[in-house]
Design a protein around this ligand. Structure first.
Ligand SMILES: Cc1cc2nc3c(=O)[nH]c(=O)nc-3n(C[C@H](O)[C@H](O)[C@H](O)COP(=O)(O)OP(=O)(O)OC[C@H]3O[C@@H](n4cnc5c(N)ncnc54)[C@H](O)[C@@H]3O)c2cc1C
Ligand code: FES
Length: 275
């Protein structure tokens, strides 16, 4: 990024849009390129502030892996003003992007460990670049596993990519309730974690999703013998500036936009419960 003003978004062109989930909880994946051709260096787990002229800004996780240099990818759940405006955009349209923000996942500390990715709904987006970076550097980690679920099979993101991923690592999918044709786990993601994770010793568990899922996933992991230091999650408090100035995202002394959004449970459990 060239700008000396950290509040100033750089214009980026949408070069691809994929409809992941249709209906009330619609999710689309956008690929963007800066129109000045600039690069954007970031770590897995970092985010960017996306803006739509006249609508506002939203903090969104970068779901592409840092080794991908051709585009930045964002998967976005339609919730309100800005995300609805983003969902109405088309290939060729211009948005603003500023960042990257946040700390990212401490992948360097995890070398030699097994990694268990645990996602719910749109919560797979912040894990996606991380998972692919681990796959890209396969020899640096032990086993890899994904446990991922959504309310219904329609609500799962990256459906085709998950089919391909199953050829490389164990992928355990779930939906909350029975549905015709579904032959994988039925129940909540934390129950699937208890059912499928057979190697808790020395593994790192990384969980992203709705706060209630994260809460029960952490409880399940603790029951299975994971220490607090081996459980990681992200905190997605509402944000405004993204750079530790406005205080919008603070929890106690922490600015989530700078000190987070990635936390080990060992750190997070000692913060006030404002997340
Ligand atoms: C670090 C971080 C990473 C994120 N990554 C993603 C991502 O990869 N994909 C994605 O789709 N979304 C992500 N989000 C959430 C996203 O920022 C919000 O959904 C978005 O800003 C809502 O903007 P809006 O104008 O569309 O909705 P608004 O009109 O502002 O709000 C619509 C409704 O959503 C609620 N809401 C808005 N923001 C949040 C929030 N952060 N947490 C809980 N409720 C909220 C509002 O209270 C309101 O009820 C992330 C948030 C953070 C902080
Ligand atoms: S969003 Fe302004 S301090 Fe974090």
């Amino acid at each position: 990024m060239n700008s000396s003003n950290s509040y100033l978004p750089e214009p980026a062109r949408i070069i691809g849009i994929k409809e992941e989930v249709t209906g009330q909880r619609a999710i689309k994946t956008f690929r963007t390129q800066f129109i000045n051709g600039g690069q954007f260096s970031y770590n897995c787990g970092q985010c960017a502030m996306l803006s739509v002229f006249g609508k506002g800004e939203s903090m969104i996780s970068i779901s592409s892996a840092p080794y991908v240099k051709d585009y930045l990818q964002f998967s976005i759940l339609k919730t309100g003003r800005v995300t609805t405006a983003l969902h109405e955009m088309e290939v060729g349209d211009i948005i603003g992007v500023r960042g990257p923000y946040g700390n990212g996942f401490p992948m360097g500390d995890w070398k030699g460990r097994s990694l268990i990715f645990i996602g719910g709904g749109i919560g797979l987006a912040p894990l996606w670049g991380l998972l692919h970076t681990a796959l890209q550097n396969r020899s640096e980690y032990s086993d890899l596993m994904l446990v991922y679920g959504a309310r219904t099979s329609n609500d799962l993101v990256y459906k085709e990519e998950l089919r391909e991923l199953k050829k490389e690592i164990p992928v355990h999918l779930s939906v909350d309730t029975e549905e015709p044709g579904w032959d994988e786990f039925v129940g909540f993601v934390p129950e699937n974690v208890k059912d499928k994770v057979k190697w808790p010793q020395n593994s790192i568990a990384i969980t992203c999703g709705p706060p209630i899922m994260i809460k029960f996933a952490i409880m399940a992991l603790k029951e299975m013998g994971f220490e607090d230091e081996r459980i990681y999650t992200t905190v997605e408090n509402k944000m405004k500036c993204g750079i530790g100035k406005c205080g919008r995202c603070s929890i106690g002394p922490h600015y989530i936009c700078k000190d987070g959004p990635v936390y080990s449970w060992a750190k997070l459990k000692d913060l006030p419960t404002e997340y």
